[in-house]
Design a protein around this ligand. Structure first.
Ligand SMILES: [Zn+2]
Length: 480
């Protein structure tokens, strides 16, 4: 009876919430308060794909759900963005019949990286994908080694039956696996050939003598702290790494990108027949799995998007759908909450690049985007609020970003603005960017005029979600 009441409570509150436009975690929260064990009593669908990690959770959850739907599965997912236990509870209870059965083929759960354990203690995922681990939300998360430990705990809570989908290029993600790991693993990654085609900006930044603030999260082994060497790096600490002390190294991915064409958006992916894991590959055979290349067409090609695509293909393949079918479904797919918006200022083209503050790897991707285009450009950077989730005036993360990427000759002007313009100014003072190019606009309502009269080329406007509207207003590009 308690199950029925808890389900009813959730459904009613969710319905009322929809009417008044309220959030999606409260109904689950109240139902869990009433009956904490309710999720254990549900009849769950055969496929539950959980997605966690620092970057790309929301986008990947969206494409995983879309790929499953496109291949004939009925899917429920927490697209309202509530990714803690209360949000998961709201989703499952509102999808459930009053008797506790969920009549869907699959559930896709975006899971907060710190609280996944809490979710998995009640809902065991059949597939758990970890996108990546990097510096993110410093005030809340500290360092990603701490997050790695949180996810390690979550894997233990899920149990050995859960298939793991892991980023082979990220040593922190790979360090989730040890000799004791019994789970089946599907590794995904970006191959060496792609490295030579990555945006030139990052390579340039590393050549800068004054590249102050550049840290290297790939310098030391996340397991034994020995020195690591890389055959190549894709970005940040992603690449083909090996620890000189304990021998910890990149695993060969079973889903791997071998070609990335920035001009056409074509991504060539090799899907190896069987998941290559150290637990399923007998060491004494020379069996080479069959390799089938598939070509995906991305609407907006980026390294971030490529990793999200790989995670999606690998996660969906763990649920029995072939890479070629996933790629077909996701052909030129446009994300609902897309991170780029095109605009015009007069007759000049521009693009809004939504980046995550407090997340240097994501931010560097936006900066690289600007310099990888072939035309002269102006880059406008606004840092007015830091997080949309909490208040902080902590700006040390600015020193983690490789702003030196913008020392490229194509970047003709850089305009800095926002409440933290002084912090930006000190950061840029210690970059190797020609100071003549840098300008400061303190009042946002003067931005448009300044950009029109004093800058040239394509306009790349870089900011975070919470400052998006402000920057659109300042540039006079809000659609009516
Ligand atoms: Zn080591």
């Amino acid at each position: 009876v308690k199950v029925i009441i808890a389900i009813a409570i959730c459904k009613i509150l969710y319905f009322i919430g929809r009417l008044v436009g309220k959030g999606s975690s409260l109904p689950g929260q109240i139902a869990l308060k009433f009956y904490p064990e309710v999720l254990n009593r549900l009849k769950l669908p055969p496929t539950i794909i959980a997605i966690t990690g620092s970057n790309g959770k929301t986008s990947t959850a969206e494409t995983v759900a879309y790929a499953l739907k496109g291949n004939g599965k009925s899917v429920g997912w927490n697209h309202e963005g509530s990714n803690q236990i209360e949000g998961a509870a709201t989703l499952l209870l509102r999808l459930s019949s009053i008797s506790g059965a969920i009549k869907k083929d699959a559930i896709v759960l975006e899971c907060d990286e710190r609280y996944a354990t809490k979710i998995f203690k009640q809902i065991r995922p059949t597939v758990l994908a970890v996108t990546n681990l990097c510096r993110d939300q410093l005030t809340r998360n500290g360092h990603h080694e701490f997050i790695r430990d949180c996810i390690s705990e979550a894997i233990a809570a899920a149990g050995a039956e859960t298939k793991l989908v892991l980023n082979a290029d990220d040593p922190y993600v790979a360090s989730l696996v040890s000799d004791k790991t019994e789970n089946e693993i599907i590794w995904f990654g970006v191959g060496k050939e792609v490295f030579y085609r990555t945006p030139p900006g990052e390579a340039m930044a590393s050549k800068c003598i004054n590249a102050a603030g550049m840290y290297d999260d790939g310098a030391f082994c996340p397991i034994c702290k020995g020195k690591m060497t890389y055959n190549y790096r894709i970005t940040g600490h992603f690449g083909d790494y090996m620890c000189n002390l304990c021998g910890f190294m990149r695993q060969r991915p079973s889903i791997e990108v071998t070609k990335l064409d920035y001009s056409t958006g074509d991504v060539t992916i090799i899907a190896r027949e069987k998941p290559v894991t150290k637990h399923t590959m007998p060491p004494d055979t020379n069996h080479i799995p069959e390799e089938t290349p598939v070509v995906a067409h991305m609407a907006h090609v980026s390294l971030t998007g490529t990793y999200n695509l790989l995670t999606t293909i690998a996660a969906v393949s763990a649920a029995g759908i072939a890479a070629s079918d996933t790629v077909k479904t996701l052909d030129k797919y446009e994300l609902k909450g897309g991170r780029t918006v095109r605009f015009l200022v007069g007759d000049r083209e521009g693009m809004l690049l939504i980046s995550k503050h407090e997340n240097s790897l994501s931010y560097n991707q936006s900066l690289s985007w600007a310099v990888q285009q072939s035309k002269p450009c102006t880059v406008v950077i606004l840092v007015d609020s830091i997080s949309r989730k909490y208040f902080t005036s902590e700006t040390s993360w600015l020193w983690d970003i490789s702003f030196d990427i913008l020392s490229d000759d194509k970047v003709k002007n850089i305009v800095l603005s926002g409440r933290y313009v002084s912090e930006l100014a000190s950061r840029f003072a210690l970059s190797c960017i020609d100071k003549q190019k840098i300008a400061y606009v303190n009042e946002l309502d003067k931005m448009r005029e300044f950009v029109e009269s004093s800058t040239i080329g394509t306009i790349y406007a870089v900011t975070c979600f919470s400052d998006k509207l402000k920057l659109q207003k300042a540039l006079g590009i809000l659609r009516k």
